[in-house]
Design a protein around this ligand. Sequence first.
Ligand SMILES: Nc1ncnc2c1ncn2[C@@H]1O[C@H](COP(=O)(O)OP(=O)(O)OP(=O)(O)O)[C@@H](O)[C@H]1O
Length: 229
Amino acid sequence: MISLEQVSKVYPAGARPALDSVSLDIDKGEFVFLIGASGSGKSTVLRLLLREELATHGRVTVDGRNVGRLANRKVPELRRRIGCVFQDFRLLPKKNVYDNVAFALEVIAKSPKSIKRTVPEVLDLVGLTGKAQRMPTELSGGEQQRVAIARAFVNRPLVLLADEPTGNLDPDTSQGIMSLLERINRTGTTVVMATHDNNIVDAMRRRVIELDNGRIIRDQNRGVYGVGR
Ligand SMILES: Nc1ncnc2c1ncn2[C@@H]1O[C@H](COP(=O)(O)OP(=O)(O)OP(=O)(O)O)[C@@H](O)[C@H]1O
């Protein structure tokens, strides 16, 4: 589903590589934590998968497509297959919950009929039944993240990338968000989550890929946050 083959990334302003010959394979349906200290390269991996950045060396493949070689006009198609969730939710502040989610379908020209059917279904799935008319400011942080997940998932992406999705949430709320991501993963969606949250990683016991200064120093099934620390 996802593969990086000897991928290096040097940012124009960067002295040392943000990623240094990184190779990894992630199968369809896996749930993977990307961990590592601040600046170790986690977000860079996610940005390469979305083609927000191009690798300096090596090959990045998503769903059989060589992301670096993709024609510009094919990039929206790639991004449609990848849902994204961030620490700061990134909702549209002037749209209500329903419209935030509907917007993701409008931009890919889904019919009004299918939008009307699909949005309530996905709001139910994420536990926001009855909150469709609320504005983002009228929601808790956890609820805002649920909207963001609904928006990322409504188009049934193959992959969900989550960059510190619990970074702004308290432990209980984070737990709820993780249960939701697990549920989405059980539908067959591959989930890749960058995180600093050791409690979550330790509780979930999923695959853990640890980066240090742009290199993979650990890739462990059913891993924990800090082995031997
Ligand atoms: N646009 C950029 N230009 C120059 N250097 C960058 C850029 N983006 C990231 N870097 C550098 O690349 C390295 C990896 O950054 P990256 O954001 O991938 O780390 P991270 O592990 O996601 O960190 P964090 O946990 O703080 O989000 C860091 O040294 C960072 O300073």
